[in-house]
Write a protein that binds this ligand. Structure first.
Ligand SMILES: [Zn+2]
Length: 264
């Protein structure tokens, strides 16, 4: 029974952080069963080892495998500290360069507005998916937040969801309802990110169609940009015609809460 519990924890930590499962395994091997105050010692050891590995070791080892942390600048910011704590902020150097170009271009028309990133990729191993994003498995993918505005119409850096996911810009009456189409075809997970907000905040802000469109243009005009995923009704609403803008398919999740960017 205990072994099963340990295995479940290892699996959970691996899915969440890639390296957490291994760190947990090392922890239970170091602090053995007979140790006094075992649970406390294990918790403490795990946290210490995990933090040390995540912030001091992984960034260097990842470089050997061709990935690095998303480079934050005055413009490019993480939505929360968790992307970094959970090792979900690794990309290929080429993607960092692309983000720099996008941010320089976007800043020309939007002084003071940040480009906020959500999940990117884990530090190691191609084809190791960063759930729930199946395709974030090669260092070439990153999700960016939409841009929002205050009731006065002023563009803001505030976002409506703590995780950055799950607060949708829903289709209007007369727009295509892709989530219904996917649900009717049996893809129950398509609408799942609504459970992953970890709380909604800033209820007074609204989706800024214009500023988000400017961001999308800054993305697609770069030669290095491959595909961009966004929900079909938003593509139509924003009149986006580039062939880089695609529908991600029903196997993925909704993309009316963020923009998915990937390298060619
Ligand atoms: Zn994505």
């Amino acid at each position: 029974m205990k072994v099963l519990l340990h295995l479940a924890i290892i699996l959970f930590l691996t899915v969440l952080t890639q390296i957490g499962g291994v760190i947990y395994l090392i922890t239970i091997l170091i602090i053995n069963r007979k140790s006094e105050r075992k649970r406390l010692k294990r918790t403490f050891t795990f946290l210490l080892l995990y933090a040390f590995t995540t912030f001091m070791i992984i960034p260097h080892v990842a470089e050997i495998f061709g990935r690095e942390k998303v480079k934050e600048t005055e413009i490019i910011k993480a939505n929360t500290f968790f992307a970094k704590l959970l090792n979900r902020n690794y990309v290929k150097p080429e993607l960092n360069m692309l983000l720099q170009k996008i941010s320089t271009d976007f800043r020309k028309s939007h002084q003071g507005i940040n480009i906020v990133y959500l999940d990117a990729n884990f530090p190691f191993i191609n084809k190791f998916p960063l759930l729930p994003h199946l395709s974030h498995n090669d260092g070439k993918k990153i999700d960016l937040s939409f841009i929002y505005q205050l009731e006065t119409g002023e563009i803001t850096n505030k976002k409506p969801s703590i995780s950055g996911y799950g607060v949708y810009v829903n289709p209007n009456e007369n727009e295509i309802k892709q989530y219904q189409i996917c649900e009717e075809n049996g893809y129950w997970q398509y609408d799942f990110s609504k459970y992953l907000t970890f709380g909604t905040i800033n209820r007074d802000i609204q989706f800024s169609q214009n500023a988000t469109k400017d961001l999308i243009y800054s993305i697609i005009k770069q030669q290095e940009t491959g595909k961009n995923f966004i929900e079909p009704h938003l593509k139509n609403r924003m009149k986006l015609t580039s062939d880089k803008i695609r529908f991600q398919g029903c196997r993925a999740v909704r993309h009316d809460d963020h923009i998915h960017v990937q390298l060619k």
